[in-house]
Design a protein. Sequence first.
Length: 568
Amino acid sequence: MCERYGGPAADSIVDQALKSPVNLLSFLFCKIYLPTYSNRLKDTSAYFGATWQSPNITGIQTIALRCEWECTRSVRLKESLLAYNQDDCAALELLSLEMKKLIAESESRPDIDFAYTPKKAATESGSGIHHALDGLLKIAWLDYSRNKIKFHKSGVNTSPTPTISSVRQKLPRRKLPTSGGQVIRVPRKRKCPGHPDQPTMLRPSSKSSEHALLDIAFTKTGCRKTIVRYRGKESYCPYCGSKFVPPQVKEVRRYRYSKGFHAWVAYLRVALRLSCRLVEKFTRDLFHEDISRTTIVALFQQTADAHELTEELLLRRILQSRAIHVDETKISILGVHQQVWGITNGREVVFRLTETRETGFLQELLNGYQGVLVSDFYGGYDAITCRQQKCLVHLIRDLNDDLWKNPFNAEYEQFVAAVRDLLVPIVEDIERYGLKAVHLRKHRKRVDCFYRDTMEVLSGQQEILSKYKKRFERYRDSMFTFLDGDEIPWNNNAAERALRHLAVQRKISGDFSEKGARQYLRLLAIAQTCRFQNKSFLDFLLSGLNDVDQYQRKRRQCSSSDGSLEID
């Protein structure tokens, strides 16, 4: 219009408006929801009172009127068009002013609700009723038999929120029976620490010290709650008169639960994927023990800290193996996505938690590694200097998915058929002979023929063919490493199996804390290692050992009718 009829005066209001236009709809759409059927200018501005002299004229009709006016030069049509445009401008100005007013007065106006904090309109008396009923709903979650509801005497309209007259007190610590259970005799302290220059032998006292722990005894037929008592003679120094309890009794006095309870909580939390709330309920229903969630978390943390050496031994054996599988998945740490890396050799498993998907820690971890790294086609693994084997399962899956998406692409279908003809005989020999290089080296010639006859003549003009041509050329050496070595897997299923349990737990738990996640991953690594080695995770925790490889599953002991121990 400016080029045809000339623009407005420089630096005028109209000139500034033409140089910096504002799309008012971008401030309205998905931000302010007016009670209208659409975001059309006529609907939104009409809600605020805008009117048109000719309400029946639409935007499409104005185009027809303009064409008719250009032919007839009718004064009536010109006035109608000008009036329509003036009404549009007035409506747009009104809408802009009202939107500014909404933003300024949104906190105080009762007819405005926020999407994240919806307001509930009510009268003054109705607000008091809602307040009282909300209090009743909150009290319904508490133990009504132990509490009473108290209402303000002045009535419903001015009554405060119903309150609890008596707060539920913390349950007192349960006293253990003074008899029964297993008794462990511990030696007394022998030397007095108050005489470091000349050690003084302590003398036994007539008094005994004892500390009882709750434990779970696992037998052939199940499990039962029991009590383990650490009992020993006290000692005293004949020179300084100091008294000493047995060291083991002093050590266990910090605890209330023995290793059986620790193993039980870790087993429920990791192997059975139960939350702390369900572990609390399960323990109460099965053993009639009230254990708080804080105690359950503490028991779990103590078990994880006690197996730090186990994790180190697992990682050491993985780094000594011929092939290492690596895969990663996301996990939420207090709402922030972090990466969990599963590292395994098919027998031992460890997990590592990182804030990003960068592979710097893997480069440091695998520095000097002489084996083969099995992974998917994520580019971060390319920076690792050791020999690599790319997962052909990922490749086959991608090829198959793209073929479903492009069913009528004859050239791509021909390419996928060539890949199939290459891989099927190789996999058949693996099924027949295993991962033995003596039977797989012969396929090297077929791989070279595939690259010569298929990849070199592949046009790559199509985007999908270009993508796979680049992948095959980039990873030519690392896709068929398994043909030249024994026991080198051609897929990354071991790492995916190690992470699958975590993927299920992630759906159940949602978020983890960073400390809790690292402790959970440590015990999960031990559980997955036991699973890969066909061993019982619970029995390993009960054994008190640190090395999963050296642990051999033992037959559980059970008690006979006369109280003596029998070996199953």
